[in-house]
Design a protein around this ligand. Structure first.
Ligand code: PLP
Length: 393
């Protein structure tokens, strides 16, 4: 199969990792839980690692390998580990780097459960954490302690759209040998490649842009170096965080169109953000493509484009926001993002409702904040839908 490291991003998105099976144009779904050994010695060699054969689908499966190779190639990593959900990816990273007595420094506004598990589950295992506004690099430097074992960023952050300087933070972390993980879900490798900026690990909820069709849940962790890759894989295999082959196959299919889906959604988002910013009922809009975004210059330097996620707040606050969300028709009132369809949701009562009100407020997740995930529909329709709903808000 055509699988050349020098191919462009769009070509890799289509071809990377493909496995020719009886001449198939597309890698088939290897819908099997186990693999037959030729003889006892072959089985022993597969288990010892002397031979790279497949053993059992929790450990590995060709449909999953294809996806892992494709995403690793797009992120510029040495390898990746596909898992059953974005949260399985987050926990694979936490469990790889954190153990009793260790400390995590993370941005204060993350995907809700990425912060939630640190506050509700990991303290039971003796892991401490500090959540700081990492859009100011100095806050990260000041939060590092002797036992800090991981710095965890999500940029742009969910849902505040805060942008962190990956390169500057990695420099500080690496002076103290602390690994840095970036949740790259909002960008996908098409718009941002954290490993090239110094990060050690990148993760994705593939439920979002990578699959892009709102029909699977999945996650992946990409490592820059072999030794971290090996540790990540051991957690995945032993915790049973693996993907299923059919889920991997659908995700690999979705990934093929990633660049053209993002180009279109982003083109739409730029117009929607401008429309919102100029609307008299809108108090503020946060979108990395608007000059009004506090880290506009950093976004331009670090990201290939501003993406398709917008956060905004109406002058009428929460009540007006509720009316808007109850009156849109094309935009679906639903959580998730990165799909072909436009979605709208209310973080304070939905995705971030499990965080304490203080945690939300200190992270800038105010009650009136609305998150808008722009899809690939005709932009005129998306704007007309918002315009009509805003009249009722
Ligand atoms: C959705 C999401 C996750 C979690 O992914 P799931 O696939 O829902 O488990 C993690 N990080 C970000 C930024 C997300 O948007």
């Amino acid at each position: 199969m055509h699988n050349d490291e020098n191919m462009g991003f769009g070509s890799k998105a289509v071809h990377a990792g493909a496995i020719d099976c009886l001449g198939s144009a597309v890698t088939p779904i290897f819908q099997t839980s186990t693999f037959r050994f030729r003889d006892v010695d072959h089985g022993a060699r597969c288990f010892s690692g002397e031979e790279n054969g497949y053993i059992y689908t929790r450990i590995g499966n060709p449909s999953i390998t294809e996806l892992e190779e494709a995403v690793a190639s797009l992120e510029g990593g040495c390898g990746s580990v596909a898992v059953s959900s974005g949260m399985a990816a987050v926990n694979t990273v936490y469990m790889t780097f954190l153990s009793q007595g260790k400390h995590l420094v993370a941005h204060n506004s993350l995907y809700g459960p990425s912060r939630g598990v640190m506050e509700s589950i990991y303290p039971k295992y003796g892991v401490e954490s500090s959540f700081v506004d990492a859009t100011d690099t100095e806050n990260v430097r000041n939060a590092i302690k002797d036992n800090t074992a991981l710095i965890y960023l999500e940029t742009p952050a969910n849902p505040t759209m805060g942008i962190m300087d990956i390169e500057a933070i990695c420099k500080i972390a690496h002076e103290r040998n602390i690994p840095v993980c970036v949740d790259n879900t909002f960008c996908s490798p098409y718009l941002q490649q954290p490993l090239a900026l110094g990060a050690d690990v990148v993760l994705h909820s593939m439920t979002k842009f990578i699959n892009g069709h709102a029909d699977i849940v999945g996650g992946i962790v990409v490592a820059k170096e072999k030794d971290i890759y090996t540790r990540l894989r051991a957690i995945m295999v032993n915790m049973g965080f693996n993907m299923d082959p059919h889920q991997a196959w659908l995700t690999r299919r979705g990934l093929k169109t990633l660049p053209i889906r993002i180009d279109r959604a982003q083109e739409n988002a730029i117009k929607v953000a401008e429309f919102l910013e100029n609307h008299p009922k809108v108090e503020w809009v946060l979108y990395p493509g608007l000059k009004s975004h506090p880290q506009y210059e950093l976004a331009k330097r670090q990201m290939k484009g501003p993406g398709a996620m917008i956060t905004f707040c109406l002058k009428g606050g929460l009540e007006a926001g509720k009316k808007l969300m109850n009156n849109v028709h094309l935009a679906m009132l639903a959580v998730s993002l990165g799909g072909i369809e436009t979605l709208i949701q209310h973080p304070a009562s939905m995705t971030h409702s499990k965080l304490s009100k203080e945690a939300r407020e200190s992270a800038g997740i105010t009650d009136g904040l609305i998150r808008f995930a722009v899809g690939i529909e005709n932009v005129e329709d998306i704007i007309a839908d918002l315009r009509e709903a805003l009249e009722k808000a």
